[in-house]
Design a protein. Structure first.
Lengths: 460, 614
């Protein structure tokens, strides 16, 4: 496993282009585009203010940089460096900006969600969409880029509008049976829209593309409900994580629950492998040697080694006592991700922040639990194979695959605290983002991966 | 007590025993002691005693003591010690006899009293111990009663407490329920209030938004703009199209196309899955059938209770032909058939498995019950059997040993291995020898029988010759009326025809049967015997021929009676018929007897021979 040198970064803004050729990163008000392979700077754009959001267009030709504070969006072309475009939302303000799937329209959400402005790069035309709803996830595009679903709020009722992205024509408009819609998400096949209600009520609604209600699912009443939702890549399953610390898997035929994954604090089943990250100080092993440590503690995390150990069941995981008198309690399943091949589901229960649970979807059983030493910040699946990268805000990145798991120290002087990560399209490299730096981590090819990855037996 | 010890006397052994018993009795009352003293004092036999009682009677006061005693005794109803006084003045004489009688009586009385006393004492003792026991019992029971009473009170108390608790809990539960209800009401009311407020606020917020929108958007905000160097082409290279009704329709079409595609895709998948499942079902069915058929054949042969399987199998076979075509048929028909047959097979399999299970369990149970319940009788029987077996084995071993010794004595130069083998085979050899001799016997018997039969046959032949001669003479007489014919030839021919007609004579001789049977039944005794004999003696052509000819002839005659054929031989046949019947009638008793006697002869012979055999 190799690491690139460390580059500067701000606001964790670092993104691979959709075609996988380029890497865009922001340093204050500058946008840097590099070649992924050589990491040489291809283009350098300077924006008017500190960039708060960047996004590649789907065809990897344009990058938009949003400066919400100024209500500005600047678009840069990779092919024509001299080409520029500036969109000013003026006094209306700007809170969100995104590309339409065709890469020729930009959707800007104004402050207070007054409207969404659709700017076209092809024509002078500007469209407005009124009454967008301010919620967790109010806009969703189908994967083929044909349709956009938008959550709206009119007359104290939730609605969903489905637009055709090619000409922004309203295709369907229907009200949803939600108290306070919290999010919408298209299934990967673009035919089913999942709609979930606010956390006060457990309600998941499934609508067909033509606006028919396919099914409504409610697991329980009264207590806090849905926290996270994820479609499996095959559109076969809908995983719903909720505040009761369970993930419920709905099937795409009857839209009924197939199974329920609980996240108990103790793992009793001996078939489940529990990888526990263990830290050990190499100097402790050499403690007998006479010479004093050559460097006086350059940082505790860089000197200590960590590795995974297989804990013998029953294992009790560290749990967090939820604070009852605060809003948004740290309980429930807050993160869900299916592996690209549909075989695994990674989840995180916020009340057990150090653990990542990996479920076998074929057997619908818990497969592996990874317990880290510090709370898991983010995890992401390799787009090409069942391989999960995890970061905990420390100087290590953790990788899991069915063959085993490994923790890798990010090299470099100083502390590189990995706060976020993102995979390259082909799964060969991984961008690790810290507060003001980023680096790329290149993973070996298959056969060498096999040797570096520890197998379950090796860790005992 | 020391006194009493001295009183004991070897002469009064019986009394002393009693006394000894009394001495052991510590609680003796002094009054009784005294009375005994008194009683004992009246015994003047022993010197010791006498000397001891000198205080009562001395040389001087004999008279007084005697008179005193007399007085005492008379008051107690004894006869007077003195002789009957003849006169008032004469001094009364001491009557020795009376004294002795009195004494004896006193002694007897005393003994009786002692016995009675003893009984009373023992009874007293018994009663005392009984009393003690009862008192103990009483105390114990009282204690028990007390404890149980206390327990009861405790339990009652506990019960009361529990009831109290229960009541409290009920009350609490009720309170809680009320509380829950109240809280739910509160929640509901709050929720409605909240929703109401939310709505109000949202409306206000919307109004504000609207206002803001107007303010922000309507004012010609120059800032809201897009600066672009030049417009870029569309990603697909097309130009943007105007929005018209057509585009709308097209969009709709496209949407439905997408949906349709999705549904088609899913349908295809489902079909594929269905096909797979069907395949699996088919395979399962086949396997089930193949699994079940060998097991089911046997019961079907035994008892036709498994008609269901036959039917299903038949259906199966019928369905097999159209299986391939049915593959593409709509689900329902195939499904029904498949599921039905599978269900049937499954039921059969299930019942079979259950049966097996039952058998297994039964065997288990039986095993257990056998072991547990039938212990006595079966045990004994079994042990008897086993003992018998052991006995037999022992005998066998003994005989074997004997034989071995004999063998050793006779053929000690043989190899040990062969010897041993011989030992093992000896019994079998013996048995074989026995069998061999038996066979020989039988053979001899058979030969004897055969001989007798041949003799009988010869006799019969002779008889026949005689008969023939008779007939010839008779024929000679007939010859005057009829033309001559070759007797021998006709006989042969008749035989032949009889044989040829034997295959379908049953059908022909329906009417004749009863008649035909009669002679057979008459000679019932013989056929059994003869048949037996023929069976046991396959190489006895004479007798069999004889039988055949006889039966054939009789049958033929009956046939001929029915169908009167206008043949040339008809008169002959008629004649022969008559002769035959005559012959049969005439000869039967004789032949019967002959047979019988032959049989009995052989049997007796065989018996005799058997006895003669070594």
């Amino acid at each position: 496993m190799n690491f690139s040198e460390v580059f500067k970064l701000s606001n964790l803004l670092c993104k691979f282009s959709p075609d996988g050729k380029y890497l865009a990163s922001c340093v204050q008000y500058r946008l840097v585009v590099r070649d992924v392979n050589t990491l040489q700077i291809l283009q350098l754009y300077t924006c008017l203010d500190q960039i708060q959001h960047i996004e590649w267009s789907a065809d990897s030709l344009f990058i938009l940089c949003a400066m919400y504070k100024r209500g500005l969006v600047q678009v840069w072309s990779l092919e024509q460096p001299e080409w520029h475009c500036r969109i000013d939302e003026g006094s209306a303000g700007l809170v969100a900006s995104c590309w339409s799937p065709d890469g020729r329209h930009i959707l800007n959400t104004t402050e207070f969600h007054l409207r969404i402005t659709v700017w076209s790069l092809c024509t002078k035309s500007v469209s407005y969409i009124k009454y967008p709803k301010a919620c967790q996830q109010g806009i969703t595009f189908t994967r083929d880029g044909r349709y956009m679903a938008l959550a709206e709020r009119r007359d104290c009722k939730d609605h969903v509008s489905v637009f055709v992205c090619s000409d922004w024509q309203l295709l369907r408009h229907f009200d949803t049976e939600t108290q306070d819609l919290a999010g919408i998400e298209w299934a990967p096949n673009g035919c089913v829209l999942a709609v979930w209600d606010t956390c006060l009520e457990y309600k998941v609604l499934l609508y067909s593309l033509d606006g028919r209600l396919l099914s409504a699912y409610c697991a329980y009443e009264w207590s806090l409900g849905v926290k996270s939702v994820a479609w499996s890549p095959s559109s076969q399953f809908l995983a719903v994580g909720s505040y009761d610390g369970k993930v419920r898997i709905l099937n795409h035929v009857t839209w009924k629950m197939i199974t329920e994954f609980g996240h108990p604090a103790t793992v009793n089943n001996p078939k489940i492998v529990v990888y526990k990250e263990a830290e050990k100080n190499p100097r402790l092993a050499l403690g007998r040697l006479a010479f004093p440590p050559p460097r006086a503690a350059p940082g505790p995390s860089s000197t200590t080694e960590s590795k995974y150990e297989i804990a013998s069941v029953p294992v009790s995981l560290q749990t967090l006592k939820p604070v009852a008198d605060r809003a948004n309690p740290k309980i429930g399943v807050g993160a869900l991700a299916f592996s690209p091949d549909n075989y695994f589901l990674a989840t995180k229960n916020d009340s057990i922040p150090n653990a990542v649970w990996i479920w076998d979807i074929q057997k619908l059983k818990l497969f592996v639990v990874l317990e880290q030493l510090s709370p898991v910040r983010a995890f992401q699946w390799d787009p090409q194979q069942p391989r999960l990268a995890i970061c905990t805000g420390g100087s290590r990145v953790y990788l899991w695959s069915p063959a085993g798991c490994v923790s890798v120290q990010v090299p470099g002087e100083g502390d590189f605290q990995v706060l976020s990560l993102c995979w390259h399209l082909n799964g060969d490299s991984l961008a690790l983002l810290s507060k003001d730096h980023f680096c790329l981590c290149f993973l070996e090819t298959e056969e060498r991966v096999g040797t570096t990855f520890g197998r379950p037996g090796d860790h005992t | 007590m020391g006194e009493w010890m001295t009183v004991t006397d070897p002469d009064l052994s019986s009394e002393s025993k009693n006394i000894c018993q009394y001495t052991s009795e510590t609680k003796m009352s002094p009054s009784s002691l005294y009375s005994q003293q008194v009683l004992c004092s009246s015994i003047p036999l022993s010197k010791n005693v006498h000397s001891f009682f000198s205080a009562f009677c001395t040389e001087e006061n004999i008279e007084q003591s005697i008179s005193y005693l007399d007085q005492e005794l008379t008051t107690f109803g004894f006869p007077s010690l003195y002789e009957e006084s003849k006169g008032k003045d004469t001094k009364r004489e001491l009557n020795i006899v009376a004294v002795l009688n009195c004494m004896n009586e006193l002694l007897v009385l005393q003994r009786k009293n002692l016995l009675a006393q003893e009984n009373v004492e023992t009874q007293n003792l018994k009663l005392g111990s009984d009393m003690d026991h009862l008192q103990n019992c009483y105390a114990k029971l009282k204690e028990q009663l007390e404890t149980s009473r206390r327990e009861m009170i405790g339990l009652q108390e506990r019960d009361r407490q529990l009831q109290c608790k229960n009541r409290n809990l009920h009350q609490l539960l009720k309170n809680e329920k009320d509380e829950v209800q109240k809280l739910q009401n509160i929640i509901a009311s709050r929720a409605t209030q909240y929703n109401h407020d939310m709505k109000r606020k949202e409306r206000e917020y919307n109004k504000l938004k609207e206002r803001l929108h107007q303010l922000v958007m309507n004012k010609k905000d120059k800032k809201i703009a897009m600066e672009v160097l030049n417009y870029v082409g569309r990603a697909d290279g097309k130009r943007g199209s105007w929005r018209t009704g057509k585009t709308e329709a097209r969009n709709e079409d496209e949407m439905y196309k997408i949906l349709l595609n999705d549904y088609e895709y899913r349908q295809k998948q489902i079909l594929m899955e269905n096909a797979e499942l069907k395949k699996v079902l088919q395979q399962m069915k086949k396997e089930m059938i193949s699994l079940l058929s060998p097991q089911k054949q046997k019961p079907r042969e035994r008892a036709d209770d498994s008609t269901g399987t036959v039917i299903s199998d038949a259906e199966e076979d019928a369905g097999e032909l159209s299986r391939e075509s049915m593959w593409d048929l709509s689900c329902e028909t195939v499904r029904e058939q498949l599921t039905n047959s599978i269900r049937k097979q499954w039921r059969i399999l299930k019942s079979h498995v259950e049966k097996l299970d039952n058998q297994v369990s039964k065997v288990h149970l039986e095993g257990f019950t056998d072991e547990d319940v039938i212990s006595r009788q079966d045990h004994e029987q079994e042990t008897e059997k086993l003992e018998l077996e052991i006995q037999q084995c022992k005998e066998m071993i003994k005989t074997q040993q004997q034989l071995l010794q004999q063998q050793l004595a006779t053929a000690c130069d043989d190899d040990t291995t062969s010897l041993l083998r011989d030992c093992y085979l000896l019994e079998e050899k013996e048995r074989l020898k026995e069998e061999w001799s038996l066979f020989k016997e039988q053979k001899k018997n058979f030969e004897k029988e055969r001989r007798s039969f041949t003799e009988a046959a010869i006799r019969l032949g002779l008889e026949r010759k005689a008969f023939e001669e008779e007939r010839a003479s008779w024929l000679k007489q007939q010859f005057l009326n009829m033309t001559t014919f070759d007797h021998q030839n006709s006989e042969n021919m008749k035989l032949f025809s009889a044989f040829s007609g034997s295959s379908d004579r049953d059908s022909l001789s329906v009417h004749s049967r009863p008649r035909q049977k009669k002679p057979h039944s008459v000679s019932n005794g013989t056929p059994v015997c003869t048949s037996k004999l023929t069976k046991s003696l396959p190489a006895s052509p004479s007798t069999s021929d004889f039988c055949q000819t006889r039966s054939c002839a009789s049958e033929h005659s009956s046939i001929n009676v029915l169908n009167i054929t206008p043949e040339e031989t008809k008169p002959n046949q008629v004649g022969r018929e008559g002769t035959n019947q005559k012959w049969s009638m005439a000869s039967r008793p004789g032949s019967q007897e002959g047979c019988y006697s032959g049989c009995s002869l052989t049997y007796t012979n065989s018996h005799v021979e058997k006895d003669d055999l070594p």
